[in-house]
Write a protein that binds this ligand. Sequence first.
Ligand code: SF4
Length: 52
Amino acid sequence: MPKNSSIKCSVQQCRFNDNSEEYCTLDMIKVGTHETNPTVVECTDCQSFKVK
Ligand code: SF4
């Protein structure tokens, strides 16, 4: 699939990652949190992730 140049991503274990250039190939993604009160970047998650 072609890369989506609006979504940069370095998660190479995801099946939607364009590994060569580190972009997502989905048209859109959903971002969420696993925390009740997120305060730092580590609190956020790509909820469109699927392992290869
Ligand atoms: S679905 Fe999420 S984790 Fe997977 S490549 Fe796209 S942005 Fe990265």
